[in-house]
Design a binder for this molecule. Structure first.
Ligand code: ARG
Length: 557
């Protein structure tokens, strides 16, 4: 709508401003009595040395646009009132034609790499990794909706001195069968044991260093063990990805860059950026501690791998952007990393973006998956599914396919709870709250969708000529919100912020339920068609919003 109005204002202004500039100036009037859009004339007034109101009058008198019903020039503003029936028809028709593609960018914008989830092998999948997984996946979906090709990369923590310790621990205390049964629990157990024993026996650390050295030198036995630890851990992580319905295009983790770091280090040397300091080679970065590149014995570090990874991705995917979806606590690491690449003279350093997030709290305290040293994450998801099942048994015991609905609702609740707040905030994990059908929850949005779906199923009639007239009270705010959807999608991408879509879905569900409480959908045949079509539009957008967040929308629940 705004494009159309901007176009006619540009004409009225004889192109003194571009359509883009005009759109940029648009404001939402404080009260709906003041119109649907307001155009302030103050900047223009300064430029042309006229009073704001005379410009507003001028625009008002020259404005012609079929979607405008009324225009007022007041206090330096042009207040514009939409022609509700024309706008309604335009918006709803577009949604019915485009269906879930409404708001999608058709032109191809190139690749975007999203580095997310990225747990560490042989360690529990933490709540932080869960957040990264959920946020990263939503961002990938949102990027695709915005016309990008998303490359989903799981930068596994699969290299480092801890593997020397694990190898030693396994050889002493490991049991192949129990590791195969519960890989992460067992590997963690022997890893913890290693640390306990090493406190008494310093030689263990020596042994671990030697084992890691052997691994780095490509010793077959060490490599085979490492590969096995990696495989079984990944298999276990995959059960969580499966529950969440998330896939990756690449599991190239830290180890993948082992043979790709030397060239980067050499380039740093040639560019005279590498400085010896305190037993390490570092790159100095202003206003920050230096970035550690290698130890003096040549051992590489986390940052070295990330450096090599950035170059590899740049070469391999030529991405327009790379998002690193990693917790707050690694902010310094990414600042250093990006600055080093910039210092090397690469302009694309500006396309790298750390997307940080806060913690998950339980009763105000950091929630840990390690309680009692057992991996709890799968449990958490399963508990949500069980709660959903219980709710269904209570509310809708005759429902078909209860298990699959319970799964969609339980997992959806966990994901939505994570995504509905600004990602930088810490979030509270309360099963009870996140499952509440009436609260600001995933199930609430899903339930609204299911309600509409059963309505549509009940009256399964052909609707050829739909006028979109007589939708009833409270339909207009819903239409306006539907019209906003494409803008919400582009904002969510630009700000790397899935919460905008979650909040939008809540808002749409709430406004629709208000409408639904006041209007009979199944009224006389001449109104019914329009109202059902309107409901269908809401359903399409609710479902698509949930899909972007990585949440399913069951038709019945
Ligand atoms: N494995 C790391 C951790 O668990 C996260 C890796 C994030 N990605 C990256 N390219 N550094 O803390």
């Amino acid at each position: 709508m705004k494009e159309q109005i901007a176009k006619s204002i540009a004409v009225a202004l004889k192109d003194q401003l571009t359509e883009k500039e005009i759109q940029h100036l648009f404001e939402k009037p404080k009260k709906s009595e003041l119109g649907d859009v307001a155009f302030p004339c103050f900047t223009l007034a300064k430029k042309c040395k006229k009073s704001p109101n005379s410009i507003a009058e001028e625009i008002k008198n020259n404005l012609t646009c079929e979607i405008i019903k009324d225009v007022q020039a007041i206090g330096g503003y042009v207040n514009i009132f939409f022609n509700q029936s024309i706008v309604t028809k335009q918006v709803l028709t577009k949604i019915l034609i485009e269906q879930h593609l409404y708001g999608s960018q058709q032109e191809s914008k190139g690749n975007i790499v999203i580095d997310f989830s990225s747990p560490n092998i042989a360690k529990p999948f933490s709540m932080g990794h869960l957040r990264s997984t959920v946020i990263g996946n939503a961002l990938a979906n949102i990027a695709e909706k915005n016309g990008y090709q998303a490359i989903r990369i799981n930068h596994l923590g699969d290299w480092g001195t801890q593997f020397g310790k694990l190898i030693v621990a396994y050889k002493r205390w490991g049991n192949q069968q129990s590791i195969a049964n519960a890989p992460i629990e067992e590997l963690l157990k022997i890893y913890v044991k290693f640390h306990e024993e090493a406190e008494q026996d310093e030689s263990l650390n020596e042994e671990a260093r030697a084992a890691f050295k052997a691994l780095e030198d490509g010793n077959e036995e060490a490599l085979a063990l490492w590969q096995w630890f990696r495989d079984v851990s990944l298999e276990e992580f995959n059960t969580i990805y499966q529950l969440l319905g998330i896939h990756f295009d690449s599991y190239n983790g830290e180890a993948f860059y082992n043979d790709k770091m030397a060239t980067v280090v050499k380039e740093l040397e040639e560019k005279e950026l590498l400085i010896k300091s305190d037993g390490a080679f570092v790159v100095e970065v202003e206003h920050m501690p230096p970035c550690l590149i290698t130890k003096t014995d040549g051992a590489t570090l986390y940052a070295t791998r990330d450096l090599a990874a950035a170059f590899y991705r740049k070469q391999h995917y030529d991405p327009k952007k790379i998002f690193y979806v990693v917790g707050n606590e690694q902010s310094l690491h990414f600042k250093q990393l990006f600055r080093v690449i910039e210092k090397m003279g690469y302009g694309w350093a500006k396309d790298l973006q750390h997307v940080p997030f806060g913690m998950i709290l339980k009763d105000g305290k950091k929630m840990s998956t390690r309680k009692g040293k057992i991996v709890l994450l799968g449990e958490v998801l399963k508990e949500a599914i069980t709660t959903a099942k219980r709710n269904i048994e209570e509310k809708n015991p005759k429902l078909e396919q209860k298990d699959s609905v319970a799964y969609q609702v339980g997992v959806g609740a966990v994901i939505f709870n994570d995504l509905k707040n600004d990602r930088l905030l810490d979030i509270e994990f309360s099963l009870e709250q996140m499952m509440n059908f009436e609260g600001e929850t995933g199930p609430y949005v899903q339930y609204t969708y299911a309600r509409i779906s059963s309505l549509l199923e009940k009256i399964n009639e052909q609707r050829n000529e739909v006028s979109f007239e007589k939708l009833g009270d409270q339909a207009w705010p819903v239409v306006l919100l539907l019209e906003q959807f494409p803008k919400v999608i582009s904002n969510a991408f630009e700000q790397a912020d899935p919460s905008q879509i979650a909040r939008y879905a809540l808002h749409l569900a709430r406004l629709f339920n208000k409408y639904y409480a006041q209007n009979k959908i199944l009224a006389g045949a001449h109104i019914r068609g329009s109202r059902l079509a309107f409901c269908q539009c809401v359903a399409i957008i609710l479902k698509e919003s949930l899909a972007l967040l990585g949440i399913a929308a069951p038709k019945k629940m």
